[in-house]
Design a protein around this ligand. Structure first.
Ligand code: SF4
Ligand code: SF4
Length: 337
């Protein structure tokens, strides 16, 4: 049955290959998500294209993953998009996929975190108690065996803090030994992990650390706990493993309404990062706030974004904008034309 579905999917991709583009979703097309509530699915934001509703870590039906991708692609190519997709900014004109392996695997089957960011959308304790937890390690081996992932698949450890998970070091060491090329780890860096340091030293992982501030006072206001110094120390330790010219340790700043949305805080964050040797920053605007104001963005927020861009260019320090910041930056660029 599995072989049959795989060949159906491959035939399907071959058949549609003559068509160059379609309106689709880069996530659903290329990714698989293991979510905190035990769902395994193709769409990160909605319960669309669900492979397993209540996964227990025992056996993943990989033939069903391939079949769900086929159904999703057929629907998109035939312009039958679910209502949720029609309202989603991820629906874009895309080229027909050439690869049959997944480009990205998102591991978010836990959400515990040492922090309590005031913008956190992730579930709180009650939901987590209800969610069962399982060991993803045998699932990864199964995905490799079934050729759904290979060394080139990007593995993304999502927020909460994956370092809390008891299996984290075992999983990451397995991926390092498997010679994976592209691993992304979102962590507040409150627990130092030798396996992360090793992945940085081997140039195969990016570690994204949400700091959102340049001082302990604002950090505590946003994160609900005063652990700025612990994060700073661990960031320094991780940086000591980064080779010159590499950009493996990335500090993230989420702009939060009324707390860190000012040039002084951005500058403090920027100077602190530059002075300890950070080579890449990431900036985003808090999602709920941005959704409320995106049709009438205050001038000071536009200026803040341009300020961050200008100081990074001036200091030759790369800054990557997240989805909302990028959307605003594009709007500003159009207004300037
Ligand atoms: S809802 Fe958005 S992210 Fe989900 S499949 Fe549709 S376009 Fe992709
Ligand atoms: S670090 Fe991420 S998961 Fe943790 S509280 Fe902040 S936003 Fe939530």
């Amino acid at each position: 049955m599995g072989v049959f579905l795989a060949s159906v999917f491959n035939d399907f991709l071959d058949k549609i290959h003559s068509k160059k583009t379609y309106t689709g979703c880069k996530y659903a097309e290329n990714s698989l998500f293991f979510d905190y509530n035990n769902k395994v699915k193709l769409c990160p934001y909605n319960d669309l294209f669900v492979v397993n509703d209540d996964f227990d870590g025992i056996w993943l039906n990989t033939a069903k993953v391939k079949n769900q991708r086929k159904i999703m692609l057929e629907n998109f190519i035939n312009n039958c998009h679910p209502q949720e997709c029609k309202n989603c900014s991820n629906l874009k004109s895309l080229e027909i996929p050439e690869t049959k392996t997944l480009k990205s695997l998102y591991l978010a089957h836990w959400k515990q975190c040492y922090l309590n960011c005031n913008y956190c959308n992730f579930p709180k304790v009650d939901d987590l108690i209800q969610a069962k937890h399982y060991d993803i390690y045998p699932v990864l081996m199964h995905l490799f065996d079934s050729k759904l992932i290979d060394k080139n698949t990007k593995i993304v450890f999502q927020c909460g803090d994956p370092c809390i998970h008891p299996e984290f070091d075992k999983i990451l060491s397995y991926l390092i030994n498997y010679e994976m090329k592209d691993i992304v780890i979102n962590t507040p860096a409150l627990r130092y992990c030798e396996s992360i340091a090793e992945a940085i030293a081997k140039n195969i992982a990016e570690v994204i650390i949400p700091l959102d501030s340049g001082c302990a006072y604002i950090y505590e206001k946003i994160k609900g706990t005063n652990k700025f110094d612990i994060a700073m120390n661990n960031i320094r330790r991780y940086l000591s493993f980064q080779e010159p010219g590499e950009k493996r340790v990335i500090l993230k700043y989420t702009v939060v309404n009324g707390i860190n949305d000012n040039q002084k805080e951005i500058l403090d964050w920027f100077i602190w990062s530059r002075d300890i040797g950070i080579k890449k920053l990431a900036l985003e605007i808090e999602r709920n706030w941005y959704n409320q104001i995106k049709n009438s963005v205050p001038v000071y927020l536009k200026e803040l974004l341009m300020f961050a861009k200008n100081i990074s260019v001036f200091n030759n320090l790369e800054i990557e904008f997240g989805e909302n910041a990028n959307d605003l930056y594009n709007k500003i660029s159009k207004e300037d034309r």
